[in-house]
Design a protein around this ligand. Structure first.
Ligand code: ADP
Ligand code: ASP
Ligand code: MG
Length: 412
């Protein structure tokens, strides 16, 4: 008997018919003899609506209250799904994050899961129930409701799969797998049969919203096999798994772009040990997550420090910088919001040269100016003007032939 976690995203539970369809899928799997835990998101665009409701009353809502509000979306779905299953004659029970002891830290709106109490779920599964757990939410050690960040139900699902020792975790969504690029932005993108955790983690953290990045971290750490597939058909989707040798033959697996960024330049900071540590510790104390950091020496006494953050953290980042800039003798601060990032990712890059050259040449031919470049072993990212990023993504996808199955692409 297998334990399977099935996660249904917002579009897959948007209305009564879709909830029934999702419930039916869980029921079929249960009837095969497996134990099923469903993780559900808020219906359709409900989370966006709740955000809008909050903004109408307070443009800067207290984060604790925001999490209390946003967690209600998922709570509605799980009870409705349990009712749908009961109407089909199947025993079902819903749980909030708190009820499954989804313990997180206290970083409201981007909390990290610390532990999960799976006992209650196991008891109910053994009793023949389908368990339905509210995604995206947890509770901090003081009993405050927290949320895991937008798109965070994926993380709830994979973390639960790890805690339960599930055989696999199915992510049901509105695309039938992971594509070489977001099919909404590059319509001729092709579906991948499988992708490594490392590549998916890079793609997710660089803007591929199809999976929440933390979900992939859990998957890799606890060996959870993840299957991303469509809730509208039975087709096999994409398996996210450990790297297998064939993957190295694929030089560039996918491309992404990220638009919700801001870049901060700290110009002529005193160049002495401890300054970078003070700046980033201070940003962390304001719960600002920093993406890429570039430091360059301008003289023996001074250095420039640039970094990117999510635009939603800009208010907190500005406050942190205002507080710390005198201490680190920073001469001036520049902030750019009209910036975006285009990236290519692939484990095969490790053993192939020429990927960077091809990417820069393609951007140049398309008259896209590169503001700055960052790389890892398996990715290359370029910051570009926000207005150029769509064209940049398309040109990069074309250059690396991301409209063709991997086996048909020319090597760079
Ligand atoms: P859900 O509500 O099911 O969690 P999301 O909207 O979070 O669904 O994720 C699915 C969407 O992710 C797709 O509709 C697609 O536009 C987007 N997406 C971004 N990058 C990719 C990619 N590389 N492959 C597939 N989908 C992608
Ligand atoms: N409902 C939340 C959101 O819209 C979480 C999720 O869907 O994963 O971001
Ligand atoms: Mg999602």
């Amino acid at each position: 008997m297998a334990i399977i976690v099935q996660k249904f995203g917002g579009t897959s539970v948007a209305d009564a018919e879709k909830i029934r369809r999702a419930a039916n899928r869980a029921l079929k799997a249960h009837q095969k003899g497996d134990q099923i835990v469903v993780v559900a998101s808020a219906r359709g665009k409900q989370t966006d609506q709740l955000v809008a409701d909050a903004m109408e009353l307070n443009p800067n809502p207290p984060k604790r209250e925001m999490d209390v509000l946003l967690s209600t979306g998922e709570q509605q779905t799980v009870s409705l799904m349990a009712m749908a299953l009961e109407a089909m004659g199947q025993k079902a029970i819903s749980f909030t994050g708190q009820q499954v002891q989804m313990i997180t830290d206290d970083a409201h709106s981007k909390a990290r899961i610390q532990s999960i109490g799976a006992e209650k779920l196991k008891e109910k599964l053994a009793d023949g129930c389908i368990c339905i757990v509210a995604g995206f939410q947890g509770v901090d050690p003081n009993g405050n409701i927290t949320t895991l960040g937008r798109g965070g139900s994926d993380t709830s699902a994979v973390a639960l799969a790890a805690a339960l020792g599930a055989d696999y975790c199915e992510i049901y969504t509105d695309v039938d797998g992971i594509y070489t690029a977001d099919p909404r932005k590059f319509p001729s993108a092709v579906k991948m049969e499988q992708i490594s955790y490392d590549e998916m983690l890079e793609l997710a953290s660089l803007g591929a919203g199809v999976m929440h990045g933390r979900a992939i971290e859990f998957g890799k750490k606890y060996n959870v096999k993840i299957h991303v597939r469509s809730s509208m058909n039975e087709n096999t989707g994409t398996i996210i798994t450990h790297e297998v040798p064939q993957m190295e033959g694929i030089v560039v697996s996918g491309a992404t772009c990220q638009k919700d960024l801001a870049k901060i330049d700290l110009v002529c900071v005193d160049h002495k040990p401890g300054n970078a540590a003070s700046i980033f510790a201070h940003l962390a104390s304001h719960k600002v997550s920093v993406n890429d950091i570039i430091q360059t020496e301008v003289s023996p006494e001074k250095a420039n420090l640039s970094f990117t953050i999510s635009r939603s953290d800009l208010g907190s980042a500005k406050q942190a910088i205002d507080e710390i800039r005198k201490k680190v003798y920073c001469e001036s601060v520049f902030i750019r919001e009209d910036i975006a990032e285009v990236s290519v990712v692939g484990v095969g890059m490790r053993s192939h040269c020429g990927v960077a050259e091809k990417m820069f040449k393609t951007l140049a031919e398309n008259k896209v100016n590169i503001d700055s470049i960052t790389t890892s072993e398996i990715r290359i990212s370029c910051l570009v003007n926000l207005e150029d990023v769509d064209a940049a993504l398309t040109s990069v996808c074309d250059a690396f032939e991301l409209d063709k199955p991997a086996a048909e692409r020319a090597q760079p």
